[in-house]
Design a protein around this ligand. Structure first.
Ligand code: DAH
Length: 347
């Protein structure tokens, strides 16, 4: 009996040392201490042993059982450690240099946005922000764009469902809906509502329109808005600002030109064209870049600033357009595809 037990212990030790997976461990466990296991079989032989030898043998068997159990526990620990290691993957030496190609760079749109903000900060503008989910009031009504204006049509504007979980949009206009802002001009209203002039803000941001994507359209693009309200602001100030911005950004040979236009929130209103023929990639004489005008007195009075005291100008333009012009990019979709071959050119 003693030799059988010793042999079993030795064999268990050798078997369990080689185990490295859970099924193998379970099989070994059953083979040794299961109901039909080898150790169990030896224990069953106790009955046939002479009475006087039983206490000593019982002690010996318990010893062997303890030994086998310790071997099983150790094997289980090894299996668990192996499982965790497999999940975690190979060891990483965090002190090794990165296999990456180098530091990241700013997206071309970010670069143009930051450069424009830098240029405008120099002449006293502060950066203002506004939400992309807007109310009809901030995006249209307060900007003197009436309910039947085509821009408000569901074909052009993304409206949120009326029962969107935002609660009532407005106490005064229970019918008002939430929408994705179609232009950054909504930030004009948010800023004007914050306090009295003088106001001088620039607000870059994302805007949304129901456009089908092609080389020059995207349902989601970026604009940059400027608003200046003070005493005795004139069209001359507006023209001077635009000349300053675009010569700063594109070089002193750049020219700007106004074409009469209509916007509900400015009077008079203009479209702004740029001439940047000196840029190698531009072969048109004039390129439309944005809209502008003198803030309509209706807008000022509407937000509680007396239009007999205050006057101002506003200007809005597309950032993609400007970046395309600046870098000679001929398809707006490049901006959104995150293709490294494109992005690396703006390092
Ligand atoms: N919001 C206009 C657009 O999205 C651009 C614009 C026109 C902005 C005239 C202005 C403005 O601030 O005065 O097309």
């Amino acid at each position: 009996m003693e030799s059988l037990l010793s042999a079993l212990q030795e064999k268990a030790q050798a078997d369990l040392a080689a185990i490295c997976s859970r099924p193998e461990l379970e099989a070994a466990k059953a083979r040794l201490v299961g109901p039909n296991g080898e150790l169990t079989a030896l224990m069953k032989q106790m009955g046939s042993v002479p009475k006087e030898q039983r206490p000593a043998l019982g002690k010996r068997i318990n010893e062997a059982k303890g030994h086998v159990q310790a071997l099983l526990d150790a094997a289980l620990q090894r299996v668990v450690a192996a499982e965790i290691a497999a999940q975690v993957g190979p060891a990483i030496d965090v002190s090794l240099p990165s296999p990456d190609v180098g530091p990241g760079t700013f997206h071309p749109l970010t670069q143009v946005r930051e450069e424009m903000c830098r240029i405008l900060r120099k002449v006293g503008f502060t950066v203002a922000d506004g939400p992309e989910v807007e109310t009809e009031y901030h995006c249209f009504d307060a900007l003197n764009t009436p309910a039947d204006h085509p821009a408000r049509d569901a074909q052009d504007t993304f409206y949120l469902p009326r029962d969107a979980a935002f609660g009532n949009v407005s106490k005064h206009h229970p019918d008002e809906r939430y929408l994705l802002r179609t232009h950054t001009s909504s930030v004009q209203i948010r800023t004007l509502l914050k306090g009295p002039p003088p106001i001088r803000i620039v607000s870059p941001g994302r805007v949304y329109r129901r456009d089908t994507t092609d080389a020059t359209h995207s349902a989601n693009f970026h604009q940059l808005e400027c608003l200046y309200v003070d005493r005795n602001v004139t069209v001359r100030d507006l023209k001077a600002l635009l000349d300053y911005i675009f010569t700063s950004l594109l070089g002193k040979d750049t020219k700007t030109r106004f074409r009469p236009h209509y916007f509900g929130y400015t009077e008079p209103s203009f479209e702004v064209d740029l001439s940047a023929r000196h840029l190698p990639k531009v072969n048109k004489e004039w390129i439309e870049i944005g809209g502008c005008g003198m803030v309509d007195p209706i807008v000022l009075d509407g937000v509680g600033h007396d239009s007999r005291v205050w006057s101002g100008y506003a200007f809005g333009m597309g950032l993609e357009r400007l970046a395309m012009l600046l870098y000679g990019i001929d398809d707006i979709r490049y901006f959104y595809q995150n293709d490294l071959r494109f992005l690396r050119q703006f390092a």
